[in-house]
Design a protein around this ligand. Structure first.
Ligand code: AP5
Length: 212
């Protein structure tokens, strides 16, 4: 199963991705995590991405398509993947389709997490993430040790500051939201998931939409 998680920043994609991956027994791929890893490692990819990410702008399509092209063919993704925020523009959707088609695969579904902006600002203002494994937390202070991997320290993301959150929401409306119509026109099953309520409730809705 190749499933794309879609939605505004803070909608809960990164929280749901590992839960759905465990239920469906496939790995996850999150371009945000790949890019933050590249920034920490100081690679050319990270140097290219950093300014865009700190401001809350999208990293250019050619960079993202490079990541998609390099990763999706790896053996660990051969049986399917949960794609967390990997497609955010129409050219990326077209590029992803080409890559999957070369691998004789296709997207089975897009899960679009739906949430209002007030809840997003609340969630992102209180979020810390593990600098090592990227697990997001609410109600845990920066500096604590990650309870998931037991290694990394929790940090605040630069793009979770108010100006960057506003910009990310604006970028979502202008550049990312139109991708949903592209998928519908392309015949992909697009399911809207109510992303409010508890994490477990959202997981149940997502799995139900996938017929699980
Ligand atoms: P990325 O890291 O993917 O950020 P994002 O899309 O903005 O999404 P977030 O990680 O902020 O939110 P989320 O939906 O994963 O929510 P989470 O589960 O953490 O991308 C970062 C940047 O990288 C982009 O801005 C861009 O620059 C670049 N980039 C990445 N991919 C790109 C692409 N394809 N093209 C171009 N550029 C790209 O939850 C948020 C908080 O809410 C957490 O604290 C969590 O604990 C809490 N929470 C989650 N669910 C619930 C719930 N049900 N109830 C209460 N709290 C909840």
């Amino acid at each position: 199963m190749n499933i794309l998680l879609f939605g505004k920043p803070g909608a809960g994609k990164g929280t749901q991705a590992p839960k759905l991956a465990a239920a469906l027994k496939v790995p996850t791929l999150a371009t945000g995590d790949v890019l933050r890893g590249a920034i920490r490692a100081g690679t050319p990819l990270g140097l290219k991405a950093k300014g865009y990410m700190d401001r809350g702008d999208l990293v250019p399509d050619d960079v993202i398509l490079g990541v998609i092209g390099e990763t999706l063919g790896r053996p660990e993704y051969a049986n399917g993947v949960i794609l967390d925020g990997v497609v955010r523009t129409v050219p990326q959707a077209e590029g992803m389709k080409r890559v999957l088609s070369t691998l004789k695969r296709k997207l089975e579904a897009v899960l679009s997490f739906d949430i209002n902006n007030d809840e997003i600002v609340k969630r992102l203002s209180g979020r810390t993430v593990c600098e090592a494994c990227q697990t997001p937390y609410t109600g845990h202070a920066a500096g604590e040790t990650c309870a998931t991997c037991g290694k990394g320290k929790l940090v605040r993301r630069k793009d979770d500051e108010p100006d960057a959150i506003r910009n990310r929401l604006d970028v979502y409306e202008k550049q990312t939201a139109p991708v949903l119509d592209w998928y519908k026109r392309d015949g992909v099953n697009v399911a809207t998931i109510d992303a409010s309520g508890s994490v477990d409730d959202v997981s149940k809705r997502a799995l139900k939409a996938l017929g699980r």
